[in-house]
Design a binder for this molecule. Structure first.
Ligand SMILES: Cc1cc2nc3c(=O)[nH]c(=O)nc-3n(C[C@H](O)[C@H](O)[C@H](O)COP(=O)(O)OP(=O)(O)OC[C@H]3O[C@@H](n4cnc5c(N)ncnc54)[C@H](O)[C@@H]3O)c2cc1C
Length: 469
């Protein structure tokens, strides 16, 4: 058997982050009718932050949060834990979709991250934050050129950025594939343990009096008289003044949300803890950089506190026909074998290292590649969905927009195009699947072709649609 397949033999299908002793018990489902001021649907970062932000703004707010399985079972407990200040997924994307708002979004993103970290301190939430910045590596000459140009521009602007040429880069992290590195070390960007963040928020919310019901799936919502909403879950009804939908990439009861996001599957692996010899062979443990490679189908990888490597993304990312989210999309051997092969191409000296965990999750992808807020039912229902692979930090800001859209201390951010501008809806099937699949193949080809983009991607670039997650 090939070594990269053997490395997966003892892995268990479970997010590394879920597999910890500190994981709290799942709370019981809602079994009888209830009423509240605000109903939050979804127990990921968006839902949890929304509840906390509202409790901080209005301590007497009466909130129920329902989660269909358990807190952190969605993307929030399955991600890479890369904590970024970016709200709109990079400068090019920001300039295209929200012209003139780049500086404000930059500031809001920094403020959001600073407040997020301050909140963790205030409530003693140990999310294992490490301020390591973000390191992009080049693995082909075209990427070196593009990254260098970006480095020069950011340096000239006064950002705290560092350039590593090939030798310096490999001294930081030893991979024979690296040609250069570009380290953004300003601000608060870093890594966290995402499940611990969810669990910490859950504990705080319970102390603040938020009623949380796990194993409680929303089946439908409808108006209830002139100024209330009625939400049905199995065996019970919840009456509320307002509803926040924080269901991200999952199938939504609201058609508007279904047209806004598509679920894209992303797969991840975690290794067993590296021993001294393995650590020395890559040297990465000294800097503990959070890394991604400059490519269309990029990998993102990082160290954990017990010196494992988590490794995700790359060519394994997939969209399945008809927005598939069933269990048949989750544990697909070929995806993990591909990830494993790509891991050992990057770190051949780690041959023999085994993977302990493999898992997958749904990335809610919007056509503007960043969060999309919206309202329905005369402003009594709001949502923020579609963070497109960059939602660990941004979801707190999405939660803020969500509660402000519901009328809780609205601020000027609601006037920004970032909030008011509607994204292009995703086209129906089979065009959706065809479009995404053709684009993904073109992106893979461009990566193999030293970054050279073919005609299809050039066309999408003109519309700013040639992007992954
Ligand atoms: C594999 C992977 C890696 C990622 N890596 C990163 C990263 O490193 N950095 C980064 O910034 N972002 C990353 N992301 C994106 C980030 O995790 C998400 O943007 C973020 O977690 C979204 O949070 P959320 O609360 O909006 O959605 P989710 O965490 O998906 O929460 C939605 C919740 O709603 C619940 N739900 C759905 N339908 C119903 C219903 N009908 N009734 C009740 N509950 C319902 C779901 O069960 C789920 O728990 C990654 C995502 C994935 C999948």
């Amino acid at each position: 058997m090939q070594q990269h397949i053997e490395a997966l033999n003892d892995s268990k299908y479970c997010p590394l982050w879920h597999d910890q002793d500190v994981r709290p018990d799942t709370l019981p489902p809602l079994r009888e009718d209830a009423s509240c001021e605000l109903l939050i649907v979804g127990g990921g970062f968006t839902g949890l932050w929304a509840a906390l932000l509202l409790k901080e703004r209005q301590p007497d707010a009466d909130i129920i949060l329902i989660e269909k399985t358990f807190i952190a079972d969605g993307a929030s407990g399955r991600n890479g834990g890369f904590l970024s200040s970016s709200l709109a997924h990079g400068e090019t994307n920001t300039d295209y979709h929200f012209p003139g708002e780049a500086d404000q979004l930059h500031e809001l993103g920094q403020q959001n991250l600073a407040e997020l970290l301050e909140t963790l301190e205030r409530y003693h939430i140990d999310a294992r934050y490490e301020k390591v910045g973000q390191l992009e590596v080049a693995t082909n000459p075209a990427s070196v050129k593009t990254m260098r140009a970006a480095y020069e521009a950011e340096k000239a602007r006064g950002d705290d950025v560092v350039w590593f040429d090939q030798e310096a880069m490999r001294a930081q992290v030893n991979s024979p594939t690296y040609l250069a590195g570009f380290w953004h070390r300003d601000g608060h960007d870093g890594v966290i343990d995402p499940a611990r963040l969810c669990w910490g928020l859950k504990e705080v919310l319970l102390k603040l009096g938020v009623r949380i019901f796990e194993g409680t799936a929303l089946d439908c919502i409808e108006t209830d008289g002139t100024d209330r909403m009625k939400a049905s879950v199995a065996g019970a009804v919840i009456h509320s003044e307002r509803v926040l939908m924080a269901t991200n990439g999952f199938h939504s009861v609201l058609r508007k949300i279904r047209k806004t996001v598509i679920p894209v599957w992303d797969y991840q692996l975690a290794t067993e803890p590296l021993n001294e010899e393995q650590l020395e062979s890559i040297g990465w443990h000294k800097s503990r950089h959070a890394i991604d490679n400059h490519a269309n189908m990029f990998h993102y990888y990082r160290f954990t506190q017990d010196n494992r490597i988590t490794w995700g993304g790359g060519g394994a990312v997939r969209y399945y026909f008809n927005s598939g989210t069933g269990p048949d999309c989750a544990d697909i051997p070929e995806r993990f074998e591909q990830l494993s092969r790509e891991f050992f191409e990057t770190f051949p000296q780690l041959k023999g290292l085994k993977f302990s965990h493999r898992w997958s999750g749904i990335i809610a992808t919007s056509s503007r590649f960043c969060m999309v807020p919206g309202v329905a039912h005369n402003g009594r229902v709001a949502w923020t969905v579609g963070y497109t692979g960059l939602g660990v930090g941004a979801s707190r800001f999405g939660a803020r927009i969500g509660i402000e859209l519901l009328g809780y201390q609205p601020s000027d951010i609601l006037k920004m195009q970032f909030v008011t501008k509607k994204p292009l809806p995703w086209v129906p099937e089979p065009f959706r699947w065809l479009g995404v699949t053709i684009t993904q193949r073109a992106l893979v080809k461009a990566d193999r072709n030293n970054g050279k983009r073919g005609l299809w991607l050039q066309l999408l670039d003109k519309l700013n649609l040639g992007f992954t997650c």
